[in-house]
Design a protein around this ligand. Structure first.
Ligand SMILES: [Zn+2]
Length: 309
């Protein structure tokens, strides 16, 4: 009997739903627009229809196939309660008991966690962190997320919300953050942070400028874009050097759109990292890209919440 896990990645714009085998193969994958479902009940129905359809299709070749569970990666997820709590980028207000709604509807067990924590589990289960017990995964998208694995397990903290490296204040009274405070790391190190830096260096920048465009400019040799990346990497490396003191990781994996710039980001990051590390740690902590394929990583990460149990 073959088992599969459904992995669901919920983002502010898109939701991706896939079926994942124990070996980490994505056997089916579909998407839906999160914003088309302002009511959570309608979202649950649509997601379950997709999962049922995917299973039906796979059963044509493997009639014995069963659904072992559902893993969900979502912003503001409370892994202890299975809820999404006051997520600013989602239209569902208040506290949404998503795990219960999904498992009631599909009669299968469901767990959810924050998307960056899911990414860390995915890296451990299926990616470059196989066999590692202590590492960090940093997701660099619109914001900065982090998943910390220490002594082999994800660090949740007492309420499930540990690992908010994106909201560590790195510049007192610095840039205004979406969380309402000033100077958080993600206001400097993220797609939006990179664009803010670029704009500071070049006030003539058109309002349409986005991180992808800054990356293209940097790759083409544009000195302002390269400088924007250098400052981003410097801030990231410095912050990672500090974060090492808490868990002494073997490696740090970077994931997300920002790392498409490759060495333009990694070089200044590694330099600032080594420069600011305590002597004990110098020279033996790797900073490297995630080994998960970008288009599958979110679904793999979500599914690994169940496969990791
Ligand atoms: Zn913040």
């Amino acid at each position: 009997m073959e088992e599969v896990v459904a992995g669901i990645d919920i983002g502010g714009t898109n939701t991706t739903i896939g079926l994942v085998s124990k070996a980490g193969r994505v056997l089916a994958k579909d998407g839906l627009k999160t914003k088309h479902f302002p009511e959570i009940a309608d979202f649950v129905i649509a997601a379950n229809q997709i999962i049922n359809k995917q299973i039906e299709n796979l059963r044509q070749d493997s009639p014995e196939l069963t659904l072992k569970g559902i893993g969900i990666g979502a912003p503001n997820a409370n892994p202890f309660k299975g809820t999404i709590e006051n997520a600013p980028n989602l239209s569902w207000r208040g506290i949404v008991p998503l795990a219960k709604l999904m498992s009631d509807s599909l009669q299968v067990h469901c767990k959810l966690t924050n998307d960056a924590k899911a990414a860390a589990l995915g890296e451990q289960q299926f990616g470059a962190a196989k066999g590692m017990k202590d590492f960090l995964v940093i997701t660099l998208g619109t914001g900065l997320g982090s998943g910390i694995i220490a002594n082999g397990s994800l660090v949740y903290g007492h309420d499930g919300f540990a690992g908010e490296l994106g909201h560590v204040i790195v510049v007192p009274s610095g840039r205004l953050c979406g969380c309402g405070r000033q100077g958080c790391l993600e206001t400097y190190v993220s797609a939006t942070g990179l664009v803010r830096t670029y704009r500071e260096l070049n006030p003539e920048t058109s309002p349409e400028m986005d991180a992808r465009a800054v990356a293209e400019l940097a790759k083409a040799g544009d000195t302002i874009a390269i400088e924007a990346y250098r400052r981003t990497g410097e801030m990231l490396g410095f912050s990672l050097a500090n974060s090492v003191a808490y868990t002494s990781p073997e490696a740090i994996f970077l994931f997300g759109g920002l790392i498409r710039a490759g060495e333009i980001l990694f070089k200044p990051t590694r330099e600032a990292f080594e420069k600011n590390l305590l002597n004990n740690y110098k020279g033996h902590i790797k900073i490297q890209p995630s080994a998960l394929h970008e288009s599958d990583a979110a679904v793999l990460g979500a599914a690994s919440i169940i496969w990791n149990e």
